[in-house]
Design a protein around this ligand. Structure first.
Ligand code: GP9
Ligand code: MN
Length: 618
């Protein structure tokens, strides 16, 4: 031990450890990263060590006084980043991201209160800088500042690589798909540490910026021509039938269409929806089109009629693009828009992208009364959620566009005994068995919701839209699903299982209609805008009005699979839709290209931020 201070690595190791421990202590007590068990605490504890070692390692390449200056400089940068984040966090309850640095209005907000936020504690962020300065000053003549041998440098970095792999491995087991499904910045910081989070953030940013920089307005012209050629005329008798009405749109968490009309142990799974469908327009060939962004992808598709991205969640990767989302279009027509969701506002980066979409108000978890009694699993129970939401909705200016995101029917489908009103299924697969009980709970909550809208006088003037956001039961549960459905789940069936319920209810509609057009989430926006009588033919959107008499029977999934009235294409195989039998690929041929084309166009819009040219390109 006595020799370590004689080693030429000593100043570097000392500075790394100081930054590491300082960061751990300060962030642990300023950021509200909820660490639930020892493993999470351990991951969080070690997360900063590798970063500080990597960066301070730069000092290996200098010697003498220069090495000390490099170390001091790096310590200053770390201290600055840490302190900036603690100040920012105190105000925004969030971490700094690259786009935030360019949001001048946010910064202005911060500017006014920055003085109040700075206190003595703020300077703790610089404590190691002071320690090092004093120590280096008095010990400079005894420190070993000789050049470091190449061999030592490589083993130094090799050990860090091992440490990083160890850290990421632990984080991945604790939080699978951390980096690909990173929605909550707190979750990221909790698992990879503050500084690595910034590196990750910069990497995402530079990828975005590069693609955007190369884009030009002619690309949008091609896409607009494609869309124009594919847009069908709306049905005149449907156009404007809901003019001036409020829109209430509900995301039904993980609800798949196979539950509609189905039973467990002789008990109906969705009695309310089965009834409501009879009084609504119900689309029974409607598919979700989400990717890794799950609920947020569904929201993205519905508000923009664009496809989500092939990887990652667009809410997270491109929240600051120019979009022309439904709230913005409706705002131009006198509407107020709001989202109701009793979850942390930064989940899926919603707080940021909702501003981009021009939502006027986001009622997040802070707006609700959440207690251990009224919540389960992911949070506030849906019945409570709707109850509290409608009370708030009463004060929202009309006409409004209000979106409600439910939560209880989310994997792992937990429910208190007293909320279970039907039996579980009996496949032995817990997930599938419980799913039916939470679906039933969701169904009951929707019933109460509609009733409360009626009781509170909001029903008469509102159209009600329900959609399933994405699948609830993944392919990992095929065996149990085969037992339930009584048939083998082939690739063909898997595609059919991506159907989610979608229905539109016009107030006082008594007679429903089941419409079997092949359709998907991209079609919701054009359909809605036409019902509201809002001009939409020039919009850049891939969906089509589902009431249009000659709607093209074609729905593309995010992975390139698609469904038409005659065929299903998946896993590079073409199936006859009526028999489910694989047929020669040529039959699907022309659609394969169209599917690709459409997805590529949509990706180009997002990666190239092409809508910033909208309206200026002609
Ligand atoms: C949480 C809710 C569920 O806010 O959106 O997310 P999911 O995992 O379904 O995307
Ligand atoms: Mn969801």
């Amino acid at each position: 031990m006595k020799n370590i201070t004689k080693s030429n690595l000593w100043p570097i190791l000392l500075a790394s450890v100081l930054v590491w421990i300082k960061t751990y202590l300060i962030t642990r007590f300023t950021f509200d990263v909820e660490l639930e068990n020892f493993m999470q605490e351990f991951i969080y504890f070690i997360s900063t060590l590798s970063t500080s070692l990597v960066i301070f390692g730069l000092a290996l390449f200098s010697s003498g006084k220069k090495r000390l200056h490099t170390i001091m400089f790096i310590t200053f940068i770390f201290s600055f980043i840490l302190t900036a984040n603690t100040i920012f966090y105190a105000f925004y309850d969030d971490f700094i991201t690259v786009p935030v640095l360019f949001q001048s209005s946010n910064m202005a907000d911060l500017g006014t209160s920055i003085a109040e936020l700075i206190n003595l504690k703020t300077f703790l962020g610089f404590v190691d800088l002071v320690i090092l300065a004093v120590y280096f000053h008095f010990a400079k003549n005894t420190l070993n500042l000789e050049p470091v041998m190449r061999k030592i440098k490589s083993s130094y970095y090799m050990s860090i690589v091992i440490l990083i792999i160890f850290n990421l491995g632990l984080a991945e087991t604790e939080r699978p798909q951390l980096l690909t499904r990173s929605f909550d910045r707190k979750v990221l910081v909790k698992n990879i540490g503050l500084y690595n989070f910034h590196i990750y953030d910069i990497a995402i940013q530079s990828r975005t910026t590069a693609q955007k920089a190369l884009a030009d307005s002619t690309e949008l012209v091609d896409i607009e021509n494609y869309i124009e050629a594919n847009t069908k005329k709306p049905r005149p008798e449907m156009q404007g039938i809901a003019k001036g009405k409020n829109v209430i749109i509900v995301s039904m968490e993980s609800l798949q269409d196979f539950t509609i009309g189905s039973k467990v142990n002789g008990q109906e799974v969705t009695p309310f929806l089965n009834q409501f469908i009879k009084e609504s327009y119900y689309f029974n060939n409607f598919y979700h089109q989400t990717g890794q962004g799950k609920t947020s992808d569904a929201e993205f598709i519905i508000d923009n009629s664009l496809y989500p991205l092939d990887r990652g969640a667009v809410f997270f990767t491109h929240p600051n693009n120019r979009y022309l989302a439904t709230p913005e279009i409706l705002k131009q027509n006198g509407y107020y828009s709001a989202v109701f969701h009793a979850n942390n506002k930064s989940f899926w980066n919603r707080d940021v992208i909702y501003k981009t979409f021009k939502y006027d108000r986001f009622f997040d978890v802070e707006d609700y009364t959440v207690t251990p009694e009224n919540s389960i699993s992911w949070g506030l129970k849906d019945k409570e959620f709707f109850d509290q939401s409608v009370d708030m909705l009463k004060n929202v200016p009309q006409p409004f566009y209000a979106k409600f995101l439910t939560l209880t029917n989310h994997f792992p489908f937990l429910l208190n005994e007293e909320d279970k009103t039907i039996d579980e299924f009996n496949s032995g697969d817990k997930v599938v068995d419980k799913y039916f009980t939470t679906v039933r709970y969701l169904d009951e909550s929707l019933k109460q919701f509609v009733q409360k809208l009626k009781d509170d006088g909001l029903y008469e003037n509102s159209i009600i839209v329900f959609y399933g956001d994405h699948y609830g039961i993944s392919e990992n549960h095929n065996a149990a699903m085969e037992m339930y459905l009584g048939k083998p789940i082939t690739k063909f069936e898997t595609v059919q299982l991506q159907k989610v319920p979608f229905l539109i209810h016009i107030p006082n509609q008594k007679k429903g209609q089941t419409i079997s057009t092949v359709s998907g989430q991209v079609d919701i926006r054009p359909t809605l805008l036409n019902l509201l009588g809002i001009e939409s033919k020039d919009l850049v959107q891939f969906g089509n009005d589902l009431f249009a008499p000659d709607k093209y029977p074609f729905t593309v999934f995010r992975n390139g699979s698609f469904v038409t009235d005659k065929y299903i294409y998946t896993d590079s195989k073409c199936y006859d839709k009526t028999t489910g039998i694989e047929i020669e690929k040529e039959a699907c041929g022309p659609y394969v290209d169209k599917a690709k084309q459409e997805l590529q166009y949509s990706d180009k819009i997002i990666y190239g931020d092409l809508l910033r040219f909208y309206g200026k390109d002609k």
